[in-house]
Ligand binder design. Structure first.
Ligand SMILES: Cc1cc2nc3c(=O)[nH]c(=O)nc-3n(C[C@H](O)[C@H](O)[C@H](O)COP(=O)(O)O)c2cc1C
Length: 101
C-alpha cells in the first residue's frame, strides 16, 4: 500500500537551509514507494498568525489554506522540518508586508 506523506517546512528566511533537508526527505520517501508532497509555507503563502483554519466559517478560509486543509485531511503521515530559533521550534511567519521573491 502507498502511504500519502506531507513534508512540512515553514522557514521564510532568505538564506534558509532546512529546505535542503526537506527536499532530501521528499526524494528519499518517494524512493521508498510513498506518495510524497512538500508543503513549503513560503511557497504556499499561508496567512499565518491571522486566524486558525477552524476559526473560519465553513468554506470561507483563504483558498491556499483551504487547499492545504484538504491535503492534511487526506494524508496518512506528516514530517515536520524546522530549524531551532531561540531554543525552540520556529514560530509561524508573520504576514509579509510585501510580495515574497
Ligand atoms: C533568529 C534565529 C534564532 C536562532 N536560534 C537558534 C537556537 O536557539 N539554537 C540553535 O542551535 N540555532 C539557532 N539558530 C540557527 C538556526 O537553527 C539555523 O540558522 C537553521 O538553519 C534555521 O533553519 P532554516 O535555515 O530552515 O530557516 C537561530 C537562527 C535564527 C535566524
Amino acid at each position: 500500500m502507498t502511504d500519502s506523506i506531507l513534508v512540512l517546512y515553514g522557514s521564510y528566511r532568505s538564506d534558509r537551509l532546512g529546505i535542503r533537508l526537506a527536499n532530501y526527505l521528499v526524494t528519499s520517501l518517494r524512493q521508498r514507494g510513498n506518495d510524497v508532497e512538500l508543503i513549503d509555507a513560503k511557497a504556499v503563502g499561508l496567512p499565518m498568525l491571522d486566524r486558525m483554519y477552524k476559526e473560519y466559517p465553513n468554506g470561507s478560509a483563504p483558498s491556499a489554506m483551504e487547499q492545504l486543509a484538504e491535503k492534511i485531511r487526506a494524508a496518512d503521515a506528516f514530517v515536520f522540518v524546522t530549524g531551532e530559533y531561540n531554543w525552540g521550534m520556529q514560530p509561524g511567519p508573520e504576514k509579509p508586508d510585501r510580495p515574497l521573491p
